[in-house]
Design a protein around this ligand. Sequence first.
Ligand code: HEC
Length: 144
Amino acid sequence: MMKHALSSRVSSFHPALFCSVITLGILSLGANSYAATGAETYQQVCSACHATGLNNAPKVGDKKQWGKLIKEGQAHISADGYYGVGAMPARGGNPNLSVAEFAAAVVHMANQAGANWQNPDEAMLKTINERLATKHAQANAKKT
Ligand code: HEC
């Protein structure tokens, strides 16, 4: 439903305009089935904060900040980031990002601070999704 509304909006724009507006570039990720690589997602979505450390976002290449996160573990920080934590918006602010795309961008950042993580396989995605489900359940429980 939402995806449909987005793609019809996007296709009514002129391609040149389309390229010049960052948010539309982000929307285009969801308008087709192309899965971005971790590096691409990082450039398009995450670098806005994580390249400079905006709002205390852990800065790419900062081994102290990322060292702590790497210790917390791949599934843990991928799920927390996807869900949203502190000043970090859910999915980095792009609602069209899949868990796999988001987690691949996390791999891209963690590896630049010395981790040797792989793009999530089925088992890793399952662990991330389980942690996400737990977080959603906890948030719902708080509301009632
Ligand atoms: C609007 C700014 C912003 C954008 C865009 C953004 N982040 Fe973040 N991110 C933050 C901030 C701020 C934190 C620190 C949150 C805290 O610990 O309070 C953070 C923390 C994180 C963490 C650590 C989570 C944890 O468990 O502590 C991960 C992983 C992460 N971001 C991944 C990403 C990825 C991947 C993207 C792109 C898809 C992204 N971020 C886009 C601001 C951003």
